[in-house]
Design a protein around this ligand. Structure first.
Ligand code: ATP
Length: 503
């Protein structure tokens, strides 16, 4: 699985999807650029989300708020005081880790040990094996389970607060070693704020420190009243926004899964207090359906309900996708209560209450948030679509089985040869279709090689123009997934393709 992931990362670079940022300067850690194909795929993902949120819901409207915001916003939201990760360094390797990650990995190790015992027993006893009973009675499994549960409990308690001493003590007691140096030479645990800061205006003014937003949500909360009043919105209603967010992540790993500059698609849905659990359930279901509509198979998704809730939430769940490195969060759905609006009311001194004309009461709305990372969505799509197919002639074909709606290029038109009027005819087709969907032209190399190039970037349709085309206006239409070919009239192309590729 690790190998597959490495292949996907290099495929992304080789075919113009994702490049390391500042590549000719050897890159910048956890920052990436999207290339010619990546930007198209990313734009399509955003459009797919935007349409499903803003165009399909009468009561959801869009917003594009600035990245720079009044610094007090981040005090009100709790980010200045509480948006921290607990850090620990190993003195020998000089490597820095998140203390919580080290402990979570240790919990996972106990899980692995249990799974190994179960797998061994399954092999030994075959079909007659009663797994549930084995887990309850096998002394080794029971021992690992007890250790795991005790560690989990200690860890959960230490993270409340968090208690930095307690986190360090767990690392020492468990004998956790640095994977690089193999030693237990740990420093104390300390808090590290994830927000990037910069200065606005004259540097001599000491009050001009501002932050790059670590989430787009606050831009929505501080505009809640503007949108509600000017749009005459009635509760329940939502505000959706797509935009960049910045987090100074300590351990940035797994390619574009955890970046320092990334993009979020967030929707805050404002509801009447007391109805939030109903709406939370509804949005959970709606968002899962949205993911599954891509057709990657329901077995690749799961919910992960949170036991430990953030200070502002009364319910939270993640939608996880099966990446090559395990099930990972792609989207978070949180019931954020009236925490954010109330805080902004308090810190700004402006009333943000909603007046309900039907019941004649005023209240601060509760909020359900759906928050998804564009880059993580991109990664999940890449991971699922990348395929090395064994062909009948013994060759291997690398193909991106992207949903046609999301593919960067929808159609590539190719003249069989570079002469006798075939290129001109092919360009005529491109010119007629390029206003409908992204259509490319390619005349270099053999037809076989050109097909492979398009397969590698996930182009669902290719058209070949040959000598017969000049006589009867028919072309060969080739389908990416089946590699089947069909003879069709040029006038039919738009009808066949447009429906399948539009979002
Ligand atoms: P994690 O636990 O992985 O750090 P989170 O719970 O902090 O994520 P949220 O604050 O809920 O994430 O952000 C919502 C979404 O934004 C996540 O589901 C994820 O898709 C995306 N996201 C968050 N941090 C990053 C990051 N550093 N790089 C890329 N995407 C991110």
């Amino acid at each position: 699985q690790e190998d597959v992931f490495k292949k996907i990362v290099s495929h992304c670079k080789e075919y113009g999807f994702v490049f390391p940022s500042s590549d000719i300067y050897d890159g910048l850690a956890a920052v990436y650029d999207y290339g010619q194909n990546g930007v198209e795929l990313k734009n399509n993902i955003k459009e797919y989300w935007w349409k499903s949120m803003v165009l399909l819901h009468e009561n959801i409207v869009g917003l594009d708020s600035a990245i720079f915001m009044h610094p007090t916003i981040w005090k009100a939201s709790g980010h200045v005081d509480a948006f921290n990760d607990p850090l620990i360094d190993n003195r020998d390797s000089k490597k820095r880790y998140r203390a919580d990650n080290l402990i979570e990995d240790q919990i996972a190790k106990y899980e692995e040990k249990i799974d190994k015992e179960v797998a061994k027993a399954k092999k030994r006893f075959g079909d007659s094996f009663d797994e549930a009973k084995f887990r309850e009675t096998n002394p080794r499994v029971i021992e690992h389970q007890q250790k795991r549960d005790a560690l989990h409990e200690r860890y959960t308690e230490a993270m409340q607060g968090p208690d930095l001493e307690a986190l360090k003590q767990i690392i020492l007691d468990e004998g956790i070693v640095d994977p690089i140096s193999g030693t237990k030479n740990w420093t104390d645990v300390r808090q590290f704020n994830l927000m990037f800061s910069t200065e606005m205006g004259s540097a001599s003014d000491s009050t001009n420190k501002i932050y790059l937003r670590p989430e787009t949500a606050q831009g929505i909360f501080v505009n809640y009243l503007n949108v509600q009043k000017t749009g005459r919105m009635k509760i329940p209603f939502g505000i959706a926004q797509i935009g960049k967010a910045f987090r100074n992540e300590i351990v940035a790993r797994q390619f574009i899964f955890r970046m320092r500059e990334f993009e979020q698609m967030e929707m805050q849905f404002f509801v009447k207090p007391g109805t939030e659990m109903e709406w939370f359930a509804k949005w959970k279901e709606t968002r899962m359906k949205w993911h599954q509509a891509l057709g990657f198979g329901p077995e690749n998704y799961r919910f992960h309900d949170h036991e430990k809730l953030a200070h502002y939430a009364n319910a939270a769940t993640d939608i996880e996708f099966k990446m090559p490195f395990g099930f990972k969060e792609v989207e978070g759905i949180h019931s954020r209560t009236d925490f954010d609006l109330s805080q902004h009311e308090k810190f700004s001194g402006h009333s943000i209450k909603y007046f309900d004309p039907q019941t004649n009461e005023s209240y601060t709305p509760y909020d359900i948030e759906t928050s998804i990372g564009v880059d993580r969505m991109f990664l999940s799509i890449m991971c699922h679509s990348y395929c090395e197919e064994q062909l009948e002639n013994g060759e291997t074909r690398t193909v991106l089985m992207l949903p046609a709606e999301l593919a960067p290029v929808k159609l590539c038109v190719m003249p069989l040869v570079k002469k006798d009027g075939l290129p001109e005819k092919a360009r005529e087709i491109v010119n007629a279709l390029k206003f409908h969907f992204n259509t490319h032209y390619d005349e270099k190399d053999t037809i076989g090689k050109r097909y492979r190039r398009q397969d590698a970037i996930g182009t669902p349709y290719c058209v070949t123009v040959d000598y017969d085309t000049l006589k009867d206006n028919t072309v060969t239409l080739r389908f990416r997934d089946t590699m089947e070919q069909e003879r069709v009239n040029i006038s039919e192309l738009n009808g066949i393709i447009e429906d399948k590729v539009s979002i």
